[in-house]
Design a protein around this ligand. Structure first.
Ligand code: ADP
Ligand code: MG
Length: 310
């Protein structure tokens, strides 16, 4: 039997006046995993985590974090859940070492600051003012602050947004090291590449609603996981020639046939073409990505999701 989830959210709802920021979000985070909350800007990710952690009142639903209701036990949870909020900024003149000491003073059993600085590659920056750090260093400091209380869970909201590719990579490595220390990580991101790279499981949110949950592999491994693009002589390809299996879809544009389906579907198409004497001049296959999943599920917000080529 699975242990009970460390975060259990059922039908969470949050409105601001007439705006429904979170319509209906249910999710369960297991101990020790990196769980992603993925969705376009404005889809309700930050509102979900802030209400889930008791930082904002809810309008409905049930939340348990480490078995506790965060609205009734905010203090007890603050000791056990480290948060890096999207909007958090530190005073410009505050030095790295001072920030860590200040945050450590909030906790009964804080981490060793030197060890954290080492883990985060900030050794030697203790006396550097927040404003003088690079973007990547500021992000790493904010992870350090989220970890300084030795939390069981850490929630990181848009941690790598605005970082250059190298700093983003370094931050990803860091998140993996944090998880290796046994911390459960909730990663909020609008970046599909990041979610695919880091998350064990994720919930895709659109317009305040969870539209899919699963591992990146589960989400991309549907029946229609492969797309085959076939090019032949312009006139020889006609869909009439093809007995296409039920589960596949196809599109014939400018002499290119694009078929989406299972590997077996795609084989059947190639066999059918051969039986009609049609020899492709080019065949290209592509497996489904999280982006395809998202575009298949979501509405107009989907266009604002970012993928970055690696
Ligand atoms: P995300 O983190 O996915 O970008 P948010 O949770 O920040 O999304 O926002 C979800 C929706 O709620 C958006 O339409 C946003 O404009 C609205 N919203 C967020 N915070 C507030 C607030 N404090 N007051 C009013 N509307 C808000
Ligand atoms: Mg946000």
């Amino acid at each position: 039997m699975n242990a009970s989830p460390v975060i259990d959210v059922q039908h969470l709802r949050k409105t601001y006046g007439g705006t429904v920021a979170v319509a209906d979000v249910s999710l369960a985070v297991e101990r020790g995993e990196i769980f992603g909350i993925l969705g376009p800007n404005g889809s309700g990710k930050t509102t979900t985590v802030e209400t889930m952690l008791g930082l904002r009142p809810t309008d409905g639903g049930r939340v348990r974090v480490l078995g506790l209701d965060p609205h009734r036990h905010p203090r007890r949870l603050r000791e056990r859940v480290g948060v890096q909020l999207q909007q958090a900024r530190l005073p410009a003149q505050l030095r790295v070492g001072e920030a860590l000491e200040l945050y450590a003073s909030f906790y009964r059993n804080p981490a060793e600051p030197a060890e954290l600085l080492d883990l985060l590659g900030l050794t030697g920056q203790q006396r550097t003012a927040f404003a003088s750090l690079s973007g990547g260093q500021q992000q790493r400091l904010s992870i350090a602050l989220a970890l300084v209380g030795n939390p069981e869970i850490t929630v990181l909201d848009e941690l790598t947004t605005g970082l250059d590719p190298q700093a983003r990579r370094t931050t990803w490595d860091l998140i993996e090291r944090v998880r290796a220390r046994g911390v459960t990580v909730v990663l909020v991101t609008h970046d599909m590449d990041e979610a695919a790279h880091l998350c064990d499981r994720l919930a895709i949110i659109d317009h305040g609603t969870v539209v899919a949950t699963g591992s990146p592999r589960d989400l991309t491994a549907a029946e229609s996981a492969y797309t085959l693009t076939i090019r032949a002589g312009t006139d020889s390809l006609t869909t009439a020639a093809l007995p296409l299996p039920g589960s596949s879809s196809f599109d014939l544009v400018l002499g290119e046939l694009e078929v989406t389906g299972s590997p077996q579907d795609l084989t059947n198409v190639l066999v059918a073409l051969a039986q009609h004497g049609i020899t492709p001049v080019a065949v290209q296959t592509r497996t489904r990505t999280l982006e395809d999943v998202f575009l298949g599920l979501a509405g107009d917000g989907a266009a604002s999701l970012v993928t970055t080529s690696r």
